[in-house]
Design a protein around this ligand. Structure first.
Ligand SMILES: [Mg+2]
Length: 421
């Protein structure tokens, strides 16, 4: 039988900020989304003040002021780097791991059943904290759905000290009885209401319900959750990080943008990011899509359009994709609108090894492109993102994100290293 551990960082973005601000220990801290819009991370102290997830900043400004809540703009360079450190540390503890999101990973504990898994998880937790400064919670169980539940409870109940092992049948029964169906992984708000109307309110009641009834109302996904609650593993570990079907880069502008050359800069930047990701995972794309849109929440003339280009041969070179992206942008651009957002995504991905060249492509030219991109990636990896970039990305990006309270990139930029005085 399989055993999974779900490791989840506690209030991840806030914890990253607190690593470099020890003075914020036990203080309320929040992190805001792109353009300082909404609260997307909160420490327990901030939650206790009634600050809800995703609430717009202007609605909580009075709480922030009254209780001296320390507020940060998103600093994704910092979070991505800290995430990598956490994941790297976790890899030492299991041969198989799935990075599920920026702050969560599933580890396989298969074959370790004879060990004291609670003790082992405390060791993982303490090591991650010692190496990175990030606190984590760990839930252990025979299926992913149950590991998620274990994690949820490990975070919620202080006496568990952030680790809960639900391979123990007594604890499992208690946990299932204490968990409402709305808190089960894979059960959305609509399914939860449906279950409640069938008088199924707890995970325990769902586990013991008739599979035929569940399948009738919640279809296959519901049946799968039911089986997972019964310790039958259906959702396997996805260790294959190459298999992503599409890659997207998009962002809202810090202010409305209407000039074509500014949009071209933004589209160039997004294309560059997308190509970097393609090359990092050794794949090539056949299709490229560019889109732009006005702000639907404003009482202004509205326009949305997108253009998909089928490349003559699949590619991951920034040069080639940029040419196509800027042509696509020109074909959908219209004067006189205030644009709020634009983006680029690629689809129809395949591994680089299977790259199809079109009849008229020269293999020599292709090789040259590949070497050029290798050199660019290497220089940027050593000296920081965008040390070398194509001129169309612009030297001064006036349209960038608004983030007035962003902390320094402590771990990724030499000139922003933490000063200790
Ligand atoms: Mg988390």
């Amino acid at each position: 039988m399989s055993v999974f551990a779900l490791v989840d960082c506690n209030s991840f973005f806030c914890s990253c900020e607190k690593v470099f601000r020890p003075d914020l220990k036990n203080k309320p801290v929040i992190v805001l989304s792109n353009n300082d819009g909404c609260a997307v991370a909160r420490t327990n102290e901030a939650k206790a003040l009634g600050i809800k997830m995703g609430v717009p900043y202007f609605k909580i400004k009075h709480i922030v002021k009254a209780h001296k809540v320390t507020t940060f703009s998103s600093n994704f360079a910092l979070y991505a780097d800290m995430s990598q450190r956490v994941m790297q540390t976790l890899r030492e503890f299991s041969p198989q791991m799935e990075v599920y999101s920026i702050d969560e990973a599933f580890l396989s504990f298969n074959g370790m059943e004879r060990m004291d898994l609670t003790k082992y998880s405390h060791e993982i937790k303490n090591t991650v904290y010692r190496y990175t400064g990030i606190p984590v919670s760990i839930g252990i169980a025979r299926t992913k759905v149950l590991a998620k539940m274990a994690n949820y409870l490990a975070k919620k109940h202080n006496n568990l000290n952030n680790v809960l092992d639900l391979t123990n049948p007594t604890l499992l029964e208690r946990a299932l009885k204490a968990t409402p169906v709305s808190e089960i992984w894979g059960v959305g708000q609509k399914s939860a209401s449906k279950l409640n109307s069938l008088n199924i309110n707890t995970a325990w009641e769902l586990k013991n319900s008739n599979p035929k009834v569940i399948k009738k109302h919640l279809h296959l996904p519901g049946e799968r959750v039911l089986r997972e609650l019964n310790e039958e593993s259906c959702i396997h570990l996805d260790c294959d990080e190459v298999g992503r079907k599409q890659i997207l880069s998009s962002r809202s502008f810090g202010r409305p943008v209407n000039a074509l050359d500014e949009l071209t800069q933004a589209v160039s930047m997004h294309t560059t990011r997308v190509c970097e990701k393609l090359r990092r995972q050794n794949s090539v794309a056949q299709k490229l899509t560019v889109f732009l849109q006005t702000n639907p929440h404003k009482n202004e003339p509205q326009y949305y359009n997108s253009k998909t280009v089928h490349l003559t041969s699949s590619a991951n070179s920034t040069n080639i994709l940029l040419k196509n992206a800027s042509q696509a942008l020109r074909s959908i651009y219209k004067k006189g609108y205030l644009f709020k957002k634009c983006g680029v995504y690629v689809s129809d991905l395949s591994p680089l090894k299977q790259q199809q060249l079109s009849l008229f492509d020269s293999p020599k030219q292709n090789e040259k492109q590949k070497n050029l991109m290798l050199a660019v990636d290497k220089i940027n990896a050593q000296n920081g993102r965008d040390t070398i970039k194509l001129a169309s990305c612009g030297l001064e990006q006036k349209w960038g994100m608004r983030s007035t309270m962003r902390s320094p990139a402590f771990t990724t930029k030499w000139h922003e290293l933490l000063n200790v005085t």
